[in-house]
Design a protein around this ligand. Sequence first.
Ligand code: URA
Length: 195
Amino acid sequence: MPLKRKKELEAIRSKIKKACKGNTAFRDSQPVFGEGPVPCRLMIIGEAPGRDETRLGRPFVGKAGSFFVSIIEEAFGKKREEVYITNVVKVWPKLPTKRLKTRKPLKEEEEFFIPFLKEEIKAVRPKVILAVGRTAFAAIAPEKEFAPGRWAEAEGLMVMPVYHPSYLLRRQKSLKESLRALKKSLREVKKRLEA
Ligand code: URA
């Protein structure tokens, strides 16, 4: 990894840590940063870390995340270490219940982290962004309609929006069909990466 890029990423992480410490809503949360090589042609952006991601300090390692990563690895013939994976919101959005149930991030939480995500995109310099779910897509293309499988342009880059894996897993009845559509979108991404 080129030293300059590595330093850029480290600087962004320090800024996030500092910003979280200075914010009462995030002070006690453990941020989960993006991981992968930089620069990287493919950048995967998810919504937020969950319980497992927070415990392990890595994005996309819980049930939905690893399910999604296995599809990525198969579709691109790459290991997860070869793609850059991150989230819009860097801390686990949870309900203050006994079991700390995961919830959707609040608008303010998204807005707090979006400037850091934009810096991260600049450091990663992807050719294509895979926006996993509505939150990820809206973070980088707020004016555009979320249309899974349809290319969009944002941040001067090509963005492919796809459904979030938790959403797919919740709809077991249509899972087969959804996976077919997801794989089709990933083939499009692969084609563009190779062009
Ligand atoms: N795991 C993550 O880290 N982010 C997601 O959006 C989904 C699963």
